[in-house]
Design a binder for this molecule. Structure first.
Ligand SMILES: [Zn+2]
Length: 65
């Protein structure tokens, strides 16, 4: 019996849950990159404000007032 250990997992950028291409319910392509989501509500949240969830270069601990 073969194990599907080659399955890549992705992080749902909204809730932080790990999903794979088979377990992800929703996917969304943003700037040429595919993001996977555990639920439609997560995808919708991402779709509304993608930068909020990606924001690699955003500084931690600094909140705009
Ligand atoms: Zn999620």
């Amino acid at each position: 019996m073969k194990q599907q250990s080659n399955e890549r997992s992705f992080k749902d950028p909204v809730c932080g849950m790990e999903v794979s291409r088979t377990t992800a319910i929703e996917e969304f392509i943003y700037k040429g990159k595919t993001y996977y989501f555990c639920a439609g509500t997560c995808r919708e949240a991402f779709e509304t404000e993608p930068e909020k969830y990606i924001g690699h270069h955003r500084q931690h601990g600094i909140k705009p007032r």
